[in-house]
Design a protein around this ligand. Structure first.
Ligand SMILES: *Cc1c(COP(=O)(O)O)cnc(C)c1O
Length: 348
C-alpha cells in the first residue's frame, strides 16, 4: 500500500538565499586578489548542502571543501568532482579508489596518504600542511619528502588555530606557511578560513576557504558589517492557551505566571537543536513582536508569552531570533555549534 505524501511539516529552516550569495560575494571581495571558496562540510553547517551548493555554484564558487567522502554524493549534481576537496583525505585503499573513480580531490594529510593516493593511480589532489594547529596535515619536517613531488597538487593548504583572536600564533603560522608552501609545488596556496580573511592580505594567498561567515557567522567583529544572517528557524504555533496567574508552565514548573497570560505552544524543541540553554535568553518573533520563552524547552515544543501579539493564532508561524553572534553570547554555544546542531527535521 502506498501512503499519501507526508503533510507539510510544522517547522522549517528558512534560508535567505540572497543573503547567502551576498555574504559569499563580500567574502570574495574581502579576500582581495584571492578567490573565495566555500566550506560546505557538515551538510553546509546544518543549512543543507543540497540547497546551499547550487546557490554558491551560481555565484561563481570554484573550490568546495567537505570533510567526508560520503558528503560528496549530494553535491555531484551541481559541482564538478574536481572542484570538491575532501579534507579528511583517503584513510585506506577503498577511499582512494572511490576518489579516483568519482574524480574527487583528496586532501593529502600525511606521507602515508600520499603513498596511498599514488598507489591508487593518483590524480589532482590538495596537500595540507600543519603549521601549528596540531591536527591534520604534514609536519614541516616532511614537506621536502620526494614522494610529494610525484603528486599533482592543486592547492597546498594550512589551517589557522586562532584566527578569530589577535593571537601570536597567527603570525607564527603565517611564516611557517610561507616556508611550507615554498617547498611544495602546487597550482595554488590557501591559508585563511572565515576569520583569517579579516587578518588581511598577507593571509589570503590564492584561495580562501570561508564556511561560518557564508552562513551568517561573525568570527571577528571587523566582519560584522559585511555579514548577514542566512538561517532562520521557523515553527508553527500548535496551541494557544490562557494561563491563570499562579499557574506554572512546562516541566518541573520552573516558570510561574505572575499574571494571567496568553501563551503559545511552538513546534520546536531540543530534538530539533533548540537546546534548553536557550530557555533564559531566547525569544521568537511574530510580525516584529517579541515572544519571550517561558519555562523549560521540551523535546518537540516550547512555550512563549504572546501578550505582545494578541492577534496570533494556531497555525501562524513564528521565527526564532537566531542572529549568531547574539545567540552565541546568550547561550554560551559557539556560532559553529548553533548552526550545525539544527536538526534534520528543520530540513523536511
Ligand atoms: C572548516 C574548515 C574551514 C572553514 O572554516 P570557517 O571557520 O567555518 O570559515 C576551512 N578550512 C578547513 C581546513 C576547515 O576544516
Amino acid at each position: 500500500m502506498s501512503l499519501p505524501a507526508n503533510p507539510a511539516p510544522s517547522l522549517h529552516l528558512h534560508i535567505d538565499e540572497e543573503a547567502l550569495g551576498r555574504n559569499w560575494k563580500r567574502l570574495d571581495t574581502l579576500s582581495g586578489t584571492a578567490r573565495a571558496g566555500a566550506a560546505i562540510k557538515a551538510n553546509a553547517y546544518g543549512l543543507g548542502a543540497e540547497r546551499v551548493a547550487p546557490i554558491l555554484h551560481r555565484c561563481g564558487v570554484e573550490d568546495f571543501f567537505i570533510a567526508h567522502w560520503s558528503e560528496a554524493s549530494t553535491l555531484l549534481d551541481h559541482i564538478a568532482p574536481r572542484n570538491i576537496s575532501v579534507l579528511h583525505g583517503p584513510r585506506n585503499t577503498e577511499e582512494a579508489a572511490f576518489a579516483r573513480s568519482v574524480g574527487l580531490r583528496p586532501v593529502i594529510n600525511s606521507l602515508e596518504q600520499a603513498h596511498l593516493w599514488l598507489n591508487a593511480g593518483a590524480g589532482p589532489c590538495d596537500v595540507m600542511v600543519d603549521t601549528g594547529i596540531n591536527r591534520l596535515g604534514l609536519d614541516l619536517s616532511e614537506v621536502n619528502d620526494p614522494v610529494l613531488r610525484k603528486l599533482d597538487v592543486q592547492l597546498v593548504l594550512s589551517h589557522l588555530a586562532c584566527a578569530d583572536e589577535d593571537h601570536p600564533l597567527n603570525l607564527i603560522q603565517l611564516e611557517k606557511a610561507h616556508n611550507a608552501f615554498a617547498a611544495i609545488s602546487s597550482a595554488g596556496k590557501s591559508l585563511a578560513s572565515s576569520a583569517g580573511i579579516a587578518l588581511g592580505p598577507d593571509y589570503h594567498f590564492d584561495v580562501t576557504r570561508p564556511g561560518l561567515a557564508l552562513y551568517g557567522g561573525v568570527p571577528r567583529s571587523e566582519m560584522a558589517e559585511a555579514i548577514e544572517q542566512v538561517a532562520f528557524p521557523q515553527a508553527a504555533v500548535i496551541a494557544i492557551r490562557q494561563v491563570d496567574a499562579g499557574a506554572s508552565i512546562g516541566y518541573n514548573a520552573t516558570f510561574t505566571a505572575p499574571r494571567p497570560m496568553r501563551t503559545a505552544v511552538i513546534s520546536l524543541g531540543y530534538a530539533d537543536g533548540f537546546l534548553r540553554l536557550w530557555a533564559k535568553a531566547g525569544c521568537f518573533q511574530f510580525e516584529n513582536k517579541i515572544l519571550p520563552l517561558l519555562g523549560k524547552i521540551s523535546m518537540d515544543m516550547a512555550v512563549v508569552d504572546c501578550s505582545a501579539a494578541p492577534d496570533i493564532s494556531e497555525g501562524d508561524w513564528v521565527t526564532l531570533a537566531y542572529g549568531l553572534p547574539e545567540a552565541s553570547a546568550a547561550t554560551g554555544l559557539s556560532q559553529y555549534e548553533l548552526l550545525t546542531i539544527l536538526g534534520q527535521r528543520l530540513h523536511d
